[in-house]
Design a protein around this ligand. Structure first.
Ligand SMILES: *[C@@H]1O[C@H](CO)[C@@H](O)[C@H](O)[C@H]1NC(C)=O
Ligand SMILES: *[C@@H]1O[C@H](CO)[C@@H](O)[C@H](O)[C@H]1NC(C)=O
Ligand SMILES: *[C@@H]1O[C@H](CO)[C@@H](O)[C@H](O)[C@H]1NC(C)=O
Ligand SMILES: *[C@@H]1O[C@H](CO)[C@@H](O)[C@H](O)[C@H]1NC(C)=O
Ligand SMILES: *[C@@H]1O[C@H](CO)[C@@H](O)[C@H](O)[C@H]1NC(C)=O
Ligand SMILES: *[C@@H]1O[C@H](CO)[C@@H](O)[C@H](O)[C@H]1NC(C)=O
Length: 326
């Protein structure tokens, strides 16, 4: 009887203690991870330990993310929210997460990429696959991310590649499983660092291989040395007008080559600017160090000088006093 009572007591304590007891923690390489996966949560648990660096809340029933959802988790680097029902993300939700590097929002119900995510200063990987993105997917107003390395927009019902703008570090783009009709090298040209492009399962893409766009993209892919997942672009050697496509598409080919060169010089210039900045900082530092050392040297000299002066004055004053007493 007594045992039963204590068991009930323990159970009620466990229930009232709240969410943090349901999630499990693990630590490896000085990184604490909270695992809250598959627990039927309707909201992101907010009472977890505030020093977690990774939070996994996949396979829950979360429908929205709000300004307070992550307020206490300012050290988070990895956030996994795959397989929920997220359709709403409040402005400012990601503001506390300035350390965030990897975000997984795969298999949700989002229509746009949350602008706040692309603003994060350390973001490297963003998985948005298996959402139903609408129109431009929010990219038209998205800020340029200087740090993003991987973007997955696979299975997002895209008919057009969103306007991706300048992502100088983006090296992996996954746009497989969409309904893309065209993909032009002009759309991809701002992505200077692209190395992997997954275009598989876009059945509408290049239905007409006698198209200059096909030739251009194929040329761009070869010139940029891009590894693209398996499907060879099946461009025809001849255009619709039964002329040699190499000749017919020549002017546009030239353009793409130029864009690519512009793109590369942009990166070179950026690197130059960075090294210039570092040099500038170094010089400033050295100048300040010199000024400081000079200050120290002159300061001690001045101090010695003024000390002897005081001593002299004192002796002088003494002598004056002596004489006045006489
Ligand atoms: C957030 O963290 C602070 C300090 O670590 C703590 O006092 C506070 O209770 C936490 N808030 C929540 C909702 O857990
Ligand atoms: C959210 O932010 C965007 C862009 O900053 C702005 O256009 C929009 O009006 C904001 N929405 C709300 C509800 O504040
Ligand atoms: C692209 O995304 C799909 C769907 O998530 C995945 O199956 C595929 O492996 C990805 N491609 C690459 C190259 O990672
Ligand atoms: C490429 O072209 C060949 C010959 O025209 C055709 O048999 C093949 O199915 C095409 N492949 C694709 C992926 O369209
Ligand atoms: C297209 O060009 C390639 C190499 O230039 C050649 O091997 C291939 O036979 C050509 N195909 C057609 C259909 O002309
Ligand atoms: C094919 O011919 C038509 C009419 O002569 C012309 O308008 C079109 O630009 C040509 N297409 C190409 C790719 O040369």
């Amino acid at each position: 009887m007594c045992r039963l009572l204590s068991w009930f007591l323990a159970l009620s304590v466990a229930l009232s203690a709240g969410e943090e007891h349901i999630c499990t923690y693990s630590t490896s390489f000085h990184m604490t991870t909270a695992d809250c996966s598959g627990r039927m949560f309707k909201h992101v648990p907010t009472t977890l330990s505030s020093d977690i660096k990774a939070l996994s809340a996949t396979y829950n029933r979360i429908r929205g993310l709000y300004k307070d959802s992550f307020k206490n988790y300012t050290y988070l680097k990895y956030l996994y929210l795959d397989n929920n029902m997220i359709s709403y993300i409040e402005n400012g939700t990601f503001d506390p997460l300035q350390q965030l590097e990897v975000v997984r929002l795969s298999h949700n119900a989002l229509e746009t990429v949350p602008v706040g995510i692309l603003q994060l200063p350390k973001l490297r990987k963003l998985f948005m696959d298996s959402n139903r993105l609408n129109g431009d997917g929010g990219f038209a107003v998205a800020p340029v991310s200087e740090t993003l390395e991987l973007l997955s927009l696979a299975n997002c019902h895209l008919e057009d590649l969103p306007p991706l703008g300048m992502y100088p570090k983006l090296s992996e783009l996954n746009i497989s499983g969409n309904e893309l009709k065209v993909l032009s090298s002009h759309q991809l040209a701002p992505l200077c660092s692209l190395h992997l492009l997954d275009l598989r399962e876009n059945p509408m893409l290049f239905k007409n291989p006698k198209d200059c766009e096909c030739q251009l993209l194929a040329t761009w892919i070869t010139q940029m040395n891009i590894y693209y997942a398996e499907i060879p672009l099946n461009c025809s050697n001849e255009t619709e007008n039964h002329t040699d496509s190499k000749l017919a598409c020549m002017p546009q080919l030239q353009e793409v080559t130029e864009m690519q060169q512009t793109c590369r010089t942009t990166i070179v210039k950026r690197k130059q600017r960075e090294s210039e900045l570092i040099n500038c900082l170094l010089i400033t530092l050295i100048v300040f160090a010199c000024i400081y050392i000079a200050y120290l040297v002159i300061g001690t000299k001045f101090k010695n000088h003024s000390l002897t002066e005081i001593r002299l004055e004192y002796q002088h004053g003494d002598r004056n006093r002596d004489t006045s007493y006489v």
